[in-house]
Design a protein around this ligand. Structure first.
Ligand code: ADP
Ligand code: ZN
Length: 204
């Protein structure tokens, strides 16, 4: 990890980006654990919208390891619940948060904190997601992780969204809470989006 070579004098931001299943939560948990071993005071936040695993009070990885997290659905809630003594602040699923998270992360880094941010950097269309582009640009360290394409086994860089088993239309809403959609990790070549106009036919 490039973060291991980074020797800052003060605070900084590190972003763990990548598609779903690329190991962002695993990596965030690893970094948080190591900070705890180093006896740092650590606080973890997690966006509300994702409660796929063990509920909103934990950051869960697909291999079942968890740490406690404070559930939030806005950058303001992070500000309100911030432990002023925390030295390391980790935020998971940051793509769902508002743009205020960019100023917040930079403010914390400016005040000497280590800020670890994990998030899906592209939406189901393969386009930049939420504040992730700004976070990646202002971060000192960025790691972009890959999953494995479920169709061909190549490194996966896209979130394939399926609605009723078929590629989602371009104009379908980005977030369908409790919806009938599902996601697969796919490579660029295997990633499919149905056109906004249904008359243009279906994709597999
Ligand atoms: P993320 O936070 O990026 O969604 P997680 O850290 O929660 O990822 O999960 C990563 C784990 O998911 C991997 O270690 C692996 O065990 C599992 N996994 C399931 N499907 C895939 C896939 N298509 N490619 C890679 N890992 C996968
Ligand atoms: Zn593929």
């Amino acid at each position: 990890m490039t973060v291991g070579l980074f020797q800052p004098n003060g605070g900084w931001i590190e972003v763990i980006a990548g598609v779903m299943f690329s190991g962002k939560s695993e990596e965030l948990i690893r970094r948080v654990r190591r900070s705890l071993i180093a006896r740092k005071r650590v606080q973890v936040f997690k966006s509300h919208l994702d409660d796929r695993y063990l509920g909103v009070f934990t950051v869960g990885s697909h291999d079942g390891r968890t740490i406690e997290a404070v559930p939030v659905d806005s950058s303001e809630q992070i500000t309100l619940r911030l432990d002023p003594l925390a030295q390391v602040i980790a935020i998971d699923e940051a793509q769902f948060l508002d743009q205020g998270v960019v100023e917040l992360a930079n403010d914390l880094a400016g005040r000497g904190r280590r800020v670890i941010i994990a998030g899906t950097d592209t939406d189901f269309r393969g386009e930049p997601f939420g504040a992730m582009p700004q976070l990646m640009c202002t971060a000192e360290v960025v790691d972009k992780l890959h999953a494995i394409c479920v169709l061909c086994g190549a490194p996966a860089t896209r979130n394939q969204r399926l609605i009723d088993g078929k590629p989602a239309r371009y104009d379908s809403p980005i977030v369908m809470v409790g919806g009938a959609d599902s996601y697969e990790a796919r490579c660029r070549a295997c990633h499919k989006i149905a056109p906004a106009d249904e008359s243009q036919g279906e994709l597999l």
